[in-house]
Design a binder for this molecule. Structure first.
Ligand code: SF4
Length: 267
């Protein structure tokens, strides 16, 4: 798979027979066997994902702090594909950052596209859906494409951290999740990291910053739904700032279709 590889329209993805079978017992067994990872460092968690899970993936928004997880991945498992939700509404700076990081770190980035372009969505659902119904927009442009792409994988990692939002406060390092009838392993190698941990890692490793990070953009998603924040504000205060929305939905169990079970406590 090349850096420029694309999965194309997500509807072209079809689950393999093994993926369809993707049995609950096997995934739960993997998660239970990984109970010690709650205390492991991020490199150890990523290395486990890359070796223990048959078809692993990592997701990245190529946002303000994404270089941390991607740098760790490049160190321990650069062959693992990185899934990027190319919503068609990102800042040009984000797309440039995605290209630069993939090249610098030698990562295999796969662009996931929504079924409909932004213009097609406007024709079908009206202009600027993100202003009228951001949950629907995120569903069409993020949640559905990712879930369809995950049919081709058995487990995935994200950069979610517990301190980011109340919804993320209980994030386990390793869990089993049922998506659309299939069980997958999900890991959060940075679950316990603080904002200070992230800043220190970026500085210590002299990692590149998102081009907008220096302009007050401390959490970066689609351009219509992202604003700069003041230094004393919550970094995620600039996401969907005029609404009560705090999550795009890819990490939520909101539709009731996802069940989770966490790894047993170490010991
Ligand atoms: S972040 Fe905004 S523009 Fe992007 S998919 Fe969600 S609602 Fe749509």
């Amino acid at each position: 798979m090349s850096d420029t590889a694309e999965l194309g329209r997500v509807t072209s993805l079809a689950p393999s027979a093994a993926a369809v079978e993707g049995d609950e017992g096997r995934v739960r067994g993997l998660v239970d066997a990984a109970k010690g990872l709650e205390e492991a460092d991020a490199r150890g968690v990523l290395a486990w994902l890359a070796t223990a899970v048959p078809r692993p993936a990592v997701t990245s928004s190529f946002g303000a702090e994404s270089a941390v997880l991607l740098h760790l991945l490049a160190e321990v498992a650069p062959q693992v594909p990185v899934l990027f939700l190319d919503t068609g509404l990102h800042f040009p700076e984000t797309l440039a950052f995605r290209r630069d990081l993939a090249e610098q770190f030698g990562l295999q980035v796969v662009d996931l596209h929504p079924l409909r372009s932004v213009d097609e969505q406007a024709r079908d659902r009206g202009h600027r859906l993100w202003e009228r119904d951001p949950d629907a927009c995120c569903g069409l442009r993020k949640t559905v494409p990712l879930r369809q792409a995950l049919r081709s994988f058995d487990g995935w990692a994200s950069g979610v951290r517990r301190v980011q939002t109340p919804e993320r406060a209980d994030t386990p390092v390793v869990e089993a999740r049922r998506h659309d009838g299939r069980w997958l392993v999900k890991v959060a190698p940075l679950a316990a990291w603080t904002d200070e941990d992230v800043g220190h890692y970026l500085d210590a490793n002299e990692l590149p910053r998102h081009p907008l990070a220096g302009q007050g953009f401390r959490s970066i998603g689609c351009a219509p739904c992202t604003t700069a924040v003041a230094p004393d504000q919550d970094p995620r205060a600039g996401r969907w700032a005029s609404t009560a929305k705090t999550e795009c939905g890819i990490h939520l169990d909101a539709d009731g279709a996802v069940e989770r079970t966490r790894a047993a406590a170490p010991g």
